[in-house]
Design a protein around this ligand. Structure first.
Ligand code: C2E
Ligand code: MG
Ligand code: MG
Ligand code: MG
Length: 293
């Protein structure tokens, strides 16, 4: 270790000018790129540059589509419309507040699709939409949400509100978030706890939120060092959900072994690459129409 450290000091002292320069250039480049990205994200129009993808939720026994999650994508105009994942823009939009417009855009996309399918008598399933923590400290979220559903005449049970476990627990300190979630529940809106088990207060969250759905985080399937113990824990969660009248959805189901584990713990609904990836609205609707018995 001493050797290593003295080599490093040597390196810095002897090779100094050039190497420090390279480091500075990299840092400068990273900062410049970030600025450019933020400028781009500030300037783009939501209706023009964002689309909603859908990932099916599937019953592992029948392989029928029983629901879907709406997931937003950015079509990057500076990269010939490359499809960018939420990690590219959600963190920044959470800082600027634009995420609330994104979330409502996605909700509207889902409502429009459902309305069109209802009108033409095609199969529909419940669509879940992700909502950032920022909404829940605003007193008017429940009302705004209801307005959109009313506008498209969408029955409450066809849209689910996904909120992540950790974000909610943090906001729960403030009563406003609890009030908003209770308001939604009172209006008959289905709440879904996203990434359940990924945080540190999972039991606290189901105690406080009247959840219709609990989405078991992908880490449950990934982390199988002590499989027997893992199965016991997951079985207990499934039983707890049953007792509370909540439905379980397993996230990130990729392999046959994951499905086997789901059977063992008594979970039926899977969301994951094993059954479906997030796809464009058109591709999703095609598959949904085919899945009619
Ligand atoms: P999330 O809500 O937990 O969504 C599930 C993510 O897991 C999706 O990533 C999905 O593509 C990915 N996934 C699904 N099945 C598998 C699998 O079998 N294996 C693996 N490795 N991954 C799988 P995506 O679409 O990139 O979204 C990432 C996150 O971005 C979402 O996590 C959600 O927190 C956020 N997000 C997406 N859309 C919205 C939105 O409209 N509003 C807000 N506020 N956040 C959103
Ligand atoms: Mg989600
Ligand atoms: Mg999730
Ligand atoms: Mg997750």
């Amino acid at each position: 270790a001493i050797d290593c450290a003295s080599q490093a000091i040597d390196f810095i002292q002897n090779d100094n000018p050039d190497n420090i320069q390279i480091y500075d250039d990299d840092l400068e480049k990273a900062i410049r790129e970030r600025h450019e990205r933020e400028k781009l994200l500030d300037s783009v129009d939501i209706d023009e540059n964002f689309v909603t993808y859908y990932q099916a939720k599937v019953d592992v026994n029948t392989e029928e589509i029983v629901g879907a999650e709406a997931l937003v994508r950015f079509l990057d105009p500076t990269a010939s419309g490359a499809v960018r994942s939420p990690w590219f823009f959600i963190p920044y939009y959470e800082q600027t507040g634009k995420v609330t417009d994104i979330d409502f855009f996605v909700l509207r996309c889902a409502c429009k699709m459902l309305r069109r399918r209802l009108d033409s008598g095609e199969k529909v399933v419940t669509i879940s939409c992700n909502f950032s923590r920022i909404h829940f400290v605003k007193p008017d979220f429940a009302i705004r949400f209801e307005q959109v559903l009313n506008e498209y005449r969408i029955p409450k049970e066809l849209i689910e509100v996904e909120i992540t476990e950790t974000l909610v627990m943090e906001e729960m300190q403030e009563n406003l978030a609890k009030q908003t979630l209770d308001d939604l529940h009172a209006k008959g809106v289905r709440l879904s706890i996203d990434d359940f088990g990924a945080g540190y207060s999972s039991l606290g969250v189901i105690e406080k939120i009247p959840a219709s759905v609990i989405k078991l985080d992908r880490s449950f399937l990934l982390n199988q060092k002590d499989r027997e113990r893992q199965v016991k824990i997951m079985k207990s969660i499934v039983e707890l959900a049953d007792n509370l009248g909540s439905q379980i959805v397993c996230e990130g189901v990729e392999t046959d072994a994951d499905v086997e584990l789901m059977r063992e713990i008594g979970a039926r609904v899977a969301q994951g690459y094993r059954y479906a990836k997030p796809v464009s609205e058109m591709a999703f609707e095609e598959r949904l129409s085919q899945s009619v018995e």
